[in-house]
Write a protein that binds this ligand. Structure first.
Ligand SMILES: NC(=O)C1=CN([C@@H]2O[C@H](COP(=O)(O)OP(=O)(O)OC[C@H]3O[C@@H](n4cnc5c(N)ncnc54)[C@H](O)[C@@H]3O)[C@@H](O)[C@H]2O)C=CC1
Ligand SMILES: O=C(CO)COP(=O)(O)O
Length: 328
């Protein structure tokens, strides 16, 4: 098992000549887990950490796939570092980060594609709580790319008995499903922390999905993708599990803790905190209604309490369930 972020590891044996090489950048919870998964699939895996001794250049040399699993705040600097090294144009870049860039509002796959326009870029996203996968429990995920051959190569590289990998051709939808559900997971944690019950939770998640779809389709995603593993699938996983860091943030806020206190106690990264801020900016720009995410935003900013957020959502103007259903 991989248990340190401070070293670069060769996870497979030294007989790398006949094996395909995957380099995983970022040895946090998700990067370490994905390195273990690729090793289970019998590939040669290198796990690179910024704290390790091996240079990035040496770690990515001859890699067929470079997978980035760093948190959002590290994406641009990792891109810049990889860009300073020549990588052949057939090297596949896989991004597993679930976040939005606070400067540009762009997704990680868009940032990678802008930096490497000639390289195939694949998004990995799905209901994938790292701890369960580390414990070898079965899970399914999606590799999404406009380049089918690249998605298939990544699928083959990571699929194993306990990790079932699907492919699709909607990278932006796949990426936004996994990213936007982190905001909803904060709301779900609040809902459970306040003990609002099963009906409230079902109502919350069901009404949150159209918010995700409205934003996603405005950015070019297909609405169908949000009903797949990376959308609805990841909503179900993250919004119902105390393993989720985003859920833990909401749960802690519902206990009356401040955001600072919650984040101090948290193990790892809760991307939903930053994503909420970027999402609200995006929604304002595009004039897209996102009432649930908007309440999460107010809460994170300290502008309302969890109880006030619930009241505000329940007191909204009454409306039809689906837009335009009574139009001719
Ligand atoms: N942990 C999980 O269950 C899952 C996490 N994800 C996503 O994967 C991403 C990473 O999550 P975790 O591994 O859980 O977070 P983590 O907090 O455990 O690890 C983040 C990693 O990013 C690295 N990093 C940050 N800035 C960097 C920089 N400038 N240069 C190089 N490395 C840098 C850190 O050193 C650390 O190894 C997040 O976007 C998260 O949403 C996706 C699916 C599952
Ligand atoms: O994305 C995840 C599961 O698919 C992990 O969720 P958290 O980042 O909330 O822990």
């Amino acid at each position: 098992m991989i248990n340190t972020q401070s070293q670069q590891h060769n996870l497979a044996s030294n007989t790398e000549t006949s094996q395909k090489i995957t380099t995983v950048i970022g040895a946090g919870a998700w990067g370490s887990t994905l390195a273990t998964v690729a090793e289970r699939s019998d590939h040669h895996v290198r796990l690179w950490s910024r704290y390790g001794e091996e240079s990035l250049e040496s770690a990515i040399q001859d890699a067929e796939i470079i997978l980035s699993a760093v948190s959002m705040k590290g994406v641009q600097s990792v891109i810049d570092r990889v860009k300073s090294i020549h990588i052949p144009e057939n090297t596949i870049i896989v991004t597993a980060t679930k976040g939005l860039d606070p400067e540009t509002t762009h997704t990680p796959s868009r940032m990678w594609k802008e930096a490497f326009p000639s390289h195939p870029v694949v998004v990995l996203s799905g209901p994938n709580l790292a701890k369960e996968i580390q414990n070898n429990l079965p899970a399914a995920t999606v590799m999404a790319s406009e380049d089918e051959a690249a998605a298939e190569a990544a699928q083959e590289m990571f699929a194993c008995e306990t990790f079932r990998v699907y492919i699709n051709n909607d990278p932006i939808g796949t990426e936004l499903g996994g990213t936007l559900k982190n905001v909803v997971a904060i709301a779900a944690g609040i809902c459970d922390g306040l003990k609002l019950g099963t009906n409230a939770k079902a109502g919350l998640l069901t009404r949150a999905l159209p918010e995700m779809i409205r934003i996603g389709t405005s950015l070019g995603a297909s609405s169908e993708t949000f009903f797949g593993l990376s959308g609805l699938g990841d909503l179900l996983a993250t919004c119902d599990s105390p393993l989720s860091r985003n859920y833990q943030v909401g749960y802690g806020l519902a206990q009356g803790k401040t955001l600072e206190e919650v984040l101090n106690d948290l193990e790892g990264t809760a991307e939903g905190v930053n994503t909420t801020k970027v999402l609200v900016r995006l929604a304002r720009q595009e004039q897209i209604p996102i009432p649930i995410s908007g309440q999460v935003y107010r809460l994170l900013k300290g502008k309302s309490t969890p109880e006030q957020a619930v009241q505000a959502l329940m007191a909204r103007e009454l409306k039809a369930e689906f837009d335009d259903i009574f139009d001719d």
